[in-house]
Structure formats: C-alpha cells, structure tokens
Design a protein. Structure first.
Length: 569
C-alpha cells in the first residue's frame, strides 16, 4: 500500500522471511563465529541460547550458507519430537539413513554406520536441534548417547543445541550434568543494542530501495524502547509506522508517527495489559515464519527440516525495555553484510584466512602496527618484547606519543572516521586475535599490512567477510583537547576546545571554559557535518575528526595518504 508512496521496491519490514534482508548484528557475528569454531574444531556439543526473536534463526541461516556441501553433511530438527526413539528416527530420516529394524538399537547402529562412512569420506556431520528447550530430560539423554558415536580420534557428529533460556536452566539439572559437561562452546544471544537497531532499520530500508534516513533518531529511540532490540518487534512497529505516515501523507517517520503506530497496535489488541499480550502474540505467530526462513531459497538438498510438533508453546518474550534508549554511538549508515559478499564459501577468502592463522597473534600485532608507523612518522616496533606488557599495543603507541581509540561498528562507520586503523580479526578455530592494518584507499579496495598471500589490497567484500567490527584507531591529541561527556564541565581544556570550534566556524561565543549548551550545540553541528552520531559529546572519535578539519594539523587519512611532516619520534 505504501511502497509506491515511499519509493520502495518491496515492503522493508515484511514479516515473511526474505534472505535479501539478512542482517548480522555484532552479536550475530560473534555467535556465528562461535558456531564455526565449534564445528571446525569438532567440539562435539555447541549451545546457542537466546530469547524469542533475538535472531537465532538468522545465525542458523548464515551457517547453512557457509558450510560447503562437499565438506559437510548437515540436518536440522525443528520442534523436536517428544520421545528419544522418535528423535532418533527423525535424525536418521533427515540424513537419509534407512533402517528396517524396529528397535532403537537398530536405528543407532544404522546411524553409526552412516557416520563412519561420512568420516571416511572426509565430511563432517552436523546436527542442529532448534527449539531444544522443548526436549524432555530423557530425550536430551538420547542426544548424549548419539554424541557417544566416535572413533579413537574424532567425534563423528557435531551437535548444535539451539533454544530459549529455559534450555540452559534445564541443562543445569543434576541428571543432565554429563551432557552439560560435554558442551564445550556456549553462546548467549541477546537483543540488539541501539546502535545495531539503528543500523538494522537503515539496512532494511536501503535493501527495499528506500532512503535509509527516512526515520528520525527520535523515532528510532521509540522503536528501540518498544522492541527492546528484538528484530521481529522492530519489524512489526516499523511496518505500522510506515502505514501511519502514508495515511497522514508524511514523507518521513517522526517520533510522533511511531507513537501513533504503537497506539494502533495496542488498540488492535483491546483488553491486553500494556500491550504485553500483543507482543507475545506477535512473536508466537512469527515462530513458524522463523522456521521457514531457514529453508528459503536454499538450493542444496543437504538440509531438510523436521517439524514434529512438540505440543509446547514457546515461552513469552519479556516485556519491552522501559528505559530511554542510550545516545547512539558513532554509527552512520552501514549497509550491513550482504549474503553474496559474506556468506558464500570462497577459496580466495580461505587462502587469506589460512595466511592469518599461520601468523602468531603478537607477530600480526607488530606487523600491523608497523604498517601504520610510517604514516604517523613514528618508529616501528623492532622488538616483540614491547608487547609483553599488559597494555600491549596501547603501551607501544603511548611511547610514540600516540593514543589508540577503541572502535566497534560496521565498515562504513569506520570509513566515515577516515583514519587508518588496526583491525582486530577473530578467526574460527584460532586462539586469540589477529591484526591487520587498514592503511589507505587503493584502486579496487583498501590497502592492508601485512600483505596476505602476496596481496596488499583487499576488496570491500573481503574485508567485510574477514572483519567482525572491532578495531583500534591510532590518533594524536595535538592540542591536548579533553574528552568531555558531561554538560557543565569546566576548565582550561574546555576553553581550548571552544577556541578550536570557533576557529572552525562552529562556535560564535567567546571561550568561557564551561561546556555549556552553546558548546554542545556546536559539537552536535560538527558531528552532523561529518555524518557521525550527533550526541554532543566530545570523545576520541570526535577529537580525531576535529583535528582532521583544522589546517594546522595533517593527521594520516585513509583517503589522502601521508600525514603531518616531521621526523621519526
């Protein structure tokens, strides 16, 4: 109804699953990395827990696209059976294992033969049990027995238990301690924070062909407060907000529009208390859609689903957060991870990963730091012992009159800061982190150090595949400007900041030494001009951008090569 009005090619917040809209928040990326780590290390048991609507299905969908048909055999049991024998028969059916015998022992032996054949062929067998909180303790014991199928060297089957928090509670029971002790990889998936909520909404608007800035920051805060960061509830409210805006002939989504949409949703469920029953009903109704999402447009026949009803209702979602959303951190517009760029197996990516795995953590840290040392005209780290200190890279930077600002976000967020960075990489199956310097814009991509597989330039898609959003940004506080987060802060440093803002044309008043409303407004205008979150706070990222704007300084830029002139420090 509103698609033509807003210029959408399709509805951005449709409740029907669509792989084009897949989005991995920071938590989803970390959960996915845990899954890959457990599977590739043949850990045996993996547990993923999360409330209804937190995106467990998204992680599973990502996993299905990542695992190569030639190297893995994977099956998923959705809404598992009530009894142990029924579950065992379901597992065999999903793997295509035939068994004529009527007994449970016959089915177990048939499964064992299948697993041995797959192991001999060099394939890893993965079983995913979704909604595992619905399993009875005796059925979980049957799952443990299946995990006993192994050779002297390897586990023959990797089992992933996915469920709501009740699963974790159940596994704490004394009678299930043997199973719980075998779970070597655990991850608890929570709701998205405000930053990821904002990026999620903008991503869906962008994929649908619309303007990602259609919805205001105030509206996003109200969406976040209602949804608590749960993607499904975000979709429900945003879809209704677009409809309200259409009926009111508004071209953007304000906070008032979102509040009106929320009232309409609650009116749709008259007699409920504060809308909680509405939320529970919406999420419960969407559970089937979540299951279907796993198999949407999946070309491979290696995955099939079992939907044997458990007869149990999903646990209701907790009430939405009532606290006001926090001020957004620097996020801007992140196009998020496209399946084609990130999720498809790629031999070139595997070569890059193998090169990274072959490096030691400290060696990669030294090489990446040295890759940026020339840009900052500081001396390189010649001795790895410099990194033996507790603070590691930060201490080494400090000795060179540099600071390292922490960063977490998407690639577009990072590029908006326009500063060379030390990317922190987490590789499934590898202990510790690896580091890669992002040094400059180059033809066909972005310059890196150290070189990987003889390449010193990676494409955007390769970076998004390898990097999960954490980085350290070297910077120099040339004029000793202070970090200021609280209104009313006083001091000479505030006066220096005010003089700085005045020199850039953002503050007309004379420096007072007080971080007052006029100064906060000047900072906010500057942040808006640079396309970062407008929170009025002066943190390391804002200071970095301020120094980039002042002609007296010339810090290294990703898009403009060398920085200030001067000798090696």
């Amino acid at each position: 109804m509103y698609c033509d009005y807003f210029g959408f090619q399709e509805k951005p917040f449709n409740l029907t699953p669509n792989p084009r809209f897949i989005f991995l928040s920071q938590q989803h990326k970390e959960g996915f990395a845990h899954l890959l780590y457990g599977i590739r290390n043949r850990s045996g048991f993996i547990e993923i827990i999360g409330e209804v609507g937190t995106g467990k299905t998204t992680i599973l969908r990502t996993l299905l696209n990542e695992l190569d048909d030639d190297a893995y055999r994977l099956a998923l049991i959705f809404n598992p059976s009530r009894s142990g024998p029924e579950l065992l028969r379901s597992i065999n059916r999903e793997f295509g294992v035939s068994c004529q015998g009527p007994d449970e022992t016959d089915h177990l032996e048939a499964l064992n033969d299948f697993l041995l054949e797959e192991n001999a062929a060099g394939r890893t067998v993965v079983l995913v049990i979704d909604e595992a909180q619905n399993l009875k303790p005796e059925v979980l014991e049957q799952v443990r027995l299946v995990s006993n199928l192994e050779t002297e060297k390897d586990k023959l089957i990797q089992i992933i238990l996915v469920g709501q928090p009740e699963l974790g509670t159940m596994l704490e029971r004394p009678e299930l301690r043997q199973l719980s002790q075998r779970i070597t990889v655990r991850y608890k998936l929570g709701p998205m924070d405000f930053q990821d909520t904002r990026t999620y909404v903008e991503h869906r608007l962008r994929v649908a062909g619309g303007n990602p800035s259609l919805i205001s920051t105030g509206a996003l805060k109200r969406v976040y407060r209602f949804s608590g960061g749960l993607p499904r509830l975000i979709n429900v409210l945003c879809d209704r907000a677009l409809l309200v805006a259409y009926t009111k002939e508004e071209k953007s989504i304000s906070r008032a529009i979102v509040c009106e949409a929320l009232k309409e949703l609650r009116r749709d469920k008259k007699g409920t208390s504060g809308g909680r029953a509405l939320i529970t009903a919406l999420v419960s109704a969407l559970l089937v859609a979540g299951g279907l999402f796993l198999f949407w447009d999946k070309p491979s026949s290696r995955v099939v689903s079992t939907a044997t009803a458990s007869g149990q209702n999903p646990a209701p979602v907790p009430p939405p957060a009532t606290e006001a959303a926090p001020s957004p951190r620097p996020v801007a517009q992140q196009p998020a991870l496209e399946p084609a760029a990130v999720l498809q197996p790629d031999s070139a990516i595997e070569i890059l990963r193998e090169n990274l795995r072959a490096m030691e953590e400290k060696s990669s840290a030294v090489a990446s730091f040295n890759g940026l040392a020339q840009l900052w005209k500081v001396r390189e780290i010649a001795d790895r012992k410099e990194l033996e200190l507790a603070k590691g890279l930060r201490a080494a930077a400090g000795k060179r009159r540099l600071r390292l600002a922490s960063f977490q976000g998407g690639l577009d967020d990072l590029l908006r800061l326009d500063s060379p960075a030390l990317l922190e990489l987490t590789l499934p199956g590898t202990v510790g982190s690896r580091y890669l310097a992002l040094s400059r814009e180059a033809e066909g991509g972005w310059g890196i150090a150290p070189a990987l597989a003889g390449r010193d330039v990676l494409t955007r898609g390769e970076l998004e595949t390898l990097w999960f959003g954490r980085a350290l940004l070297p910077w120099k506080n040339f004029s000793d400007l202070p970090v200021i987060t609280r209104p009313g802060t006083r001091g000479k440093g505030v006066a220096r900041l005010q003089g700085f803002l005045g020199g850039l044309g953002y503050l007309q008043e004379k420096p007072s030494g007080v971080f007052d409303a006029a100064t906060i407004a000047a900072v906010t205008r500057f942040q808006a001009d640079r396309g970062v979150a407008q929170d009025g706070r002066v943190g390391p990222h804002t200071l970095m951008l301020l120094y980039q704007e002042d002609p007296r300084f010339d810090p290294p830029r990703l898009r403009s090569g060398m920085g200030e002139e001067g000798g090696v420090l």
